[in-house]
Design a binder for this molecule. Sequence first.
Ligand code: UFG
Length: 336
Amino acid sequence: MSVLVTGGAGYIGSHTCVELLEAGYDIIVIDHFQQSNIQSLNHVKQLTNKEFKIYHIDLINKDHLETVFLENSIDAVIHFASLKSVGESVHFPLKYYQNNIVGTLNLIALMQQYHVKKLVFSSSATVYGNTQEVPIKENAVLQTINPYGRTKLIIEEMLRDIYTSDNSWSITILRYFNPIGAHESGLIGEHTDGIPNNLMPYITQVAIGKRKELRIFGSDYPTKDGTGIRDYLHVMDLANGHVKSLNKMKDSKGLFTYNLGTGKGYSVLEIIQVFEKATGVNIPYRIVERRHGDSAVCYADPSKALKDLEWAAKRDIFDMCVDAWRWEKNLNASKV
Ligand code: UFG
């Protein structure tokens, strides 16, 4: 089975390429390499000892995108390509609507035209907004609070409409919780430009000495230690969730939505403690004001993915910290 992976050079995309190739899928990768680099794909080839085609293409350019459909026989698409910074989306909403929505429209239109009707879409727990009820089930109320989240929700709605209009499609929407960590080899991981927005890349940059201290955004949340609680998930487990989804879609039609998370919540202070234990490196921190838009607690009920896809996260928070740290050290040594 031949799978087109959009955004395949990115953080989650590159790890998923490894899992797909190891599971015996053939892949074709598209990326515009604005937030990623070719090196990650070279490392995917090195890790798997497999070759695949790479197209340097922006989904916004429908003519360029069409060449991929003309030149290849594609059975399914995994669509990762997306801008993903919440903060940037608030300042540049049009950029987000243009890239994420228009890019997806072009992709889906071509899939329809070339009769490629199997799609896995990379969504996010962001579509639940600041929900108060945890663990979060897939049927929770959908509400988004920033343009990035709205692009994910709009695409989900588009996909539901497409399936309603033509039920020969097979669509799987995966809502990721907080992916962290890196491939165990330390060869692929998350490339962060500038100051990281997310917790784990910030911690590893403090650990390596690039940043003085971690700022903890609020210690007055109604949680056990006052800091925010999230469902951190190893990126390789997340990658495996895509393979499990495709396996199921081989001979079934329908539109399915799954949470991919561990179902366990860890506070910011707990993450710091585990990281220090896993790596032996001290993380200095300072408590600052809450970050606008953050919720107190967010973790998944992943039982639907277990039941339907036979997927469950295998790696624990200790593994996630060890692998994130190995990646940061390699990155710093300029090996990757
Ligand atoms: N945090 C800090 N200091 C930092 C960074 C984060 O204290 O420097 C805290 C946050 O306040 C939060 C926790 O660490 O309590 C996790 O924050 P992240 O930024 O790592 O992750 P978020 O849960 O805020 O957001 C992530 C993705 C979003 C996605 C969302 C959905 O970044 O794209 O999960 O679950 F929409």
